[in-house]
Design a protein around this ligand. Sequence first.
Ligand SMILES: Nc1ncnc2c1ncn2[C@@H]1O[C@H](COP(=O)(O)OP(=O)(O)OP(=O)(O)O)[C@@H](O)[C@H]1O
Length: 558
Amino acid sequence: MLTDRLRRLNRYREIASLFVKYGFGYVLEEVGLFHVLSLKDRITADVKSGNTKEAGYRIRCMLEELGPAFIKLGQLLSIRSDMLPEEIVKELELLQDQVPPVPVNEIKEKLHHEFGRPVEDVFRFFDEDYVAAASIGQVHEAILSTGESVMVKVQRPGIKQTVHTDLEILRDIARLIEQRYDWAQYYNITDMVEELSESIRRELDYTEEARNTDMVQMQFEDCESIKVPVVFHEYSTPQILTMEKVEGIKLNELNTIVIENEEKRRIADLLVSAFITQILKEGFFHGDPHPGNILYNPEAQQLIFIDFGQVGRLSASLRYDSASMMMGIMQKDTQRIVRSIFSMANVPSDIDEQHFYDRVDGIRKTVESSSKDGLSLGLTVKELFTAAQEHRIILPKEMTMMGKALITIEGIISGIDSSFDMIEFAKPYGEQVMRERYDPIKMGKRLWNKAEDLSDTFTNIPNQVDKVLNQASKGDLKFEISLSEINRILHKFDRISNQVSFSLTLLAFSIVVLGLIVGATFGNNTILTSVPAIEVGFIIAFGMFLWIIYSILKSGRF
Ligand SMILES: Nc1ncnc2c1ncn2[C@@H]1O[C@H](COP(=O)(O)OP(=O)(O)OP(=O)(O)O)[C@@H](O)[C@H]1O
């Protein structure tokens, strides 16, 4: 316990001094963490810099030096171009996770510990030279006793503990920042850190990566042109991942060999169809499709995907919304694009819908007129998500991951075959998802599920109302509404009173009151059993009626 606290305190100091070293000392000062610094660090503490490019560079250096948890955090944040300035995103994309290798004897010890027997007993051959040394794992080549060539990814010793401690500290810092800054509260950065921590924790569990690899393998089991390495589960643990060794040239090294144009087109074709299938058909896609994670085997004419540490999952409705948004872009239908964004995201109640529509329309037209060699789907999606962010629309992280994956794939394609038209290629897939949505059997299923949800909600209403009234009768009823929430509610009322007539508002209130009465009657409520329910309801409704009249007169809107 004590060692845990000390470890945390030390790590706090290290993190604080790196904040200062890279010019972010003022953040520590503002959140009240300045006291953990030494006097020297305090004096060297920098002031705010208005230069985002330079700040981006400093952030990158700082994250690299802070270690794996922070590097992963930066890499995950690099897909949030909807939230962060472009210059900072560009720097985060450059984050290197090439760290010094772990000595082979430590790797062997780890394998011994995980398998419960020496490496020599597990593998016929284990190459002491590493293939890759990344922030979380180190990859070595090996041969199984059964003769298969494999790649063994071994987690760095102690990495789990380090990342765990760092994530705890990150959570504390996020909480402090949220207490201090309104914007941080608004964007709910503690939740954001929580979400990112969850992704990092998942990457630390190789069982999850093994499962993801299996899933994608199943997606393409009938497709000979696409390959995903087989996982050897009996040689894998949560910290060791043993996979079939695949042979091929990484797509970022494709220019080192001579290939015909026809073959290039085939690669582009395969890559786009694999991705569009994953996103729109399966709703399960490679979350980090950079060209180092995709290989091409010219002999087998196969495209190979590796590294499924990060994957994106789209629910059926998100798949539909994505397809609808893409179709909106392709068919120049602004209304459709706006509708699909509203459907997939969390939209603030006080949004200026017309302003957002105009912004989307502007993006659509600008992208269209500037793209002589064909529209860029990924860039348009990115611009749209940035506009959404400007309007405080919160998108699910899967959507931003999808946007980033599209841009990466388009980037790779333009390097292989610049004449390839991704939009034309994607169209039939989008149309298919849209058609499926209106398939009578699927619609019936969705309606049935909705009806089940509704019936649950209705049967729960009397109990819930009973509970609330019981609490009210005991004086235990508490309302917790934050200031920003009150503002939002007031905005919403404002919008409603602008849009619907006074009588409709009154009707809405009456329905609520009626709901209370019905709930109280069904639930044998303790307060209302002694008083005729209808009379209580009437008194409440009359009180509300007077209040509404008073408010409207006061606002001068009559
Ligand atoms: N199945 C495989 N066959 C051939 N080479 C592989 C295979 N798996 C990994 N490699 C090699 O190892 C490198 C690193 O593997 P991978 O991308 O899975 O690790 P990483 O995700 O970068 O590590 P970390 O999880 O620490 O970020 C790859 O770029 C590739 O060169």
